[in-house]
Design a protein around this ligand. Structure first.
Ligand code: UFG
Length: 330
């Protein structure tokens, strides 16, 4: 049986993918440098290699030991704000290291990749919902690294027949319904985990970045898509590539917009906690509304979000936050 290599497989989306593939009976190998992932977020029996994707000897060892035919590439730096302050780290990790990975894949004749791209490739939306034809104009180094990799992947298909599916994620959120893994960043900047940390008493309040946007309640609107729905899409993409399908680029979103205020209000209902808030000025670079049109992926693959309701997303994220608070995980 062929194996799947998951880079960043101990991180947020990667660990959910590892559990899902494992449950579906696939053989998975994980490489992760644990700069932001956690060894305990994946099943103990999964072959795990701690190291960077820059370590060519390590990758060569993995590719010669296991019969890998596809790489799911999640390992990347993801903090938009940090990418503006320290672009070097982003170009090194998200472009240069990924290029090294592609080259060593080609050396070992591994010609399938699922690539984690981002809605950040679009920049400030010209219209919403954002479909796949929307012009790409990233406004930060993070988005540019993802777009550069999409372009590089096109050249690698033409020249080396390395086929890929790039998924442009919108706001990945939620957690494993069984709370085996969840969202866990060393330096948290994302809305939902921060709200739930306030609810569990780890933070005194939530700062709302702007209440003067041209939206019904004045707060930004985002497309929160459950991490399991993202992973289900990857399973479909893998099947496509393994059956010889050509390279594709897709949006992955819920198609529904939820305002920051809606997320706070629904979290108060679910957690039964007051969740104090303080209104702050707008955060630089935040578009008012970001909603995905994932029509192309829905029609090509018959995919639909299974956990499309905000309450389900928050319920699973809250279960996970509570387990963490009690020290039962990680
Ligand atoms: N927000 C707050 N307070 C906080 C944190 C966030 O008000 O403490 C607001 C933000 O201003 C924004 C919304 O909540 O309006 C969502 O912010 P997140 O930081 O959770 O997510 P982003 O929409 O900024 O970014 C996410 C991913 C990026 C990806 C982008 C593209 O984190 O990697 O979506 O859709 F590029």
């Amino acid at each position: 049986m062929s194996s799947i290599l998951i880079t960043g497989g101990a991180g947020y989306i990667g660990s959910h993918m590892t559990w899902l593939l494992n449950e579906a009976g696939h053989h998975v190998v994980v490489v992760d440098d644990l700069s932001s992932g956690n060894r305990h977020s994946i099943p103990a029996h999964i072959p795990f290699f701690q190291g960077s994707i820059r370590n060519k000897d390590l990758l060569a060892q993995i590719f010669t030991t296991y019969h890998i035919d596809i790489v799911f590439h999640f390992a990347a730096c993801i903090d938009v704000g940090e990418s503006v302050l320290n672009p070097s780290r982003y170009y090194q990790n998200n472009v240069s290291a990924t290029l090294d990975l592609l080259d060593i894949m080609c050396t070992h004749n591994i010609k399938n990749m699922i690539f984690s791209s981002s809605a950040a490739v679009y920049g400030e939306p010209l219209y919403t919902p954002v479909d796949i034809h929307h012009p790409t104009n990233p406004v930060n180094a993070y988005g540019r690294t993802k777009l550069m990799m999409e372009e590089i992947l096109k050249d690698y298909e033409s020249a080396y027949q390395l086929r890929s599916i790039s998924f442009r994620y919108f706001n990945a959120s939620g957690a494993d319904p069984l709370s085996r893994t969840g969202e866990w960043h060393k330096r948290e900047s994302h809305l939902i985990p921060i709200i739930l940390q306030v609810a569990s008493g780890k933070r005194p309040h939530l700062e709302i970045y702007g209440q003067d946007y041209p939206t019904p309640d004045g707060t930004c609107i985002r497309d929160f898509i459950h991490v399991i729905d993202i992973c289900r899409a990857h399973l479909l993409g893998m099947r496509w590539l393994r059956e010889g399908g050509s390279s594709k680029v897709y949006n992955l979103g819920n198609g529904k917009g939820f305002s920051v205020q809606m997320v706070i209000d629904t979290s108060r209902t679910i957690t039964k906690a007051p969740i104090p808030t303080i209104v702050r000025p707008r955060r630089a670079g935040d578009p008012a509304i970001l909603i995905a049109n994932s029509h192309r992926f829905r029609t090509d693959f018959g995919w639909n979000p299974q956990f499309g309701h905000l309450t389900q997303i928050l319920h699973h994220a809250w279960q996970w936050e509570q387990r963490n608070t009690k020290g039962q995980t990680l």
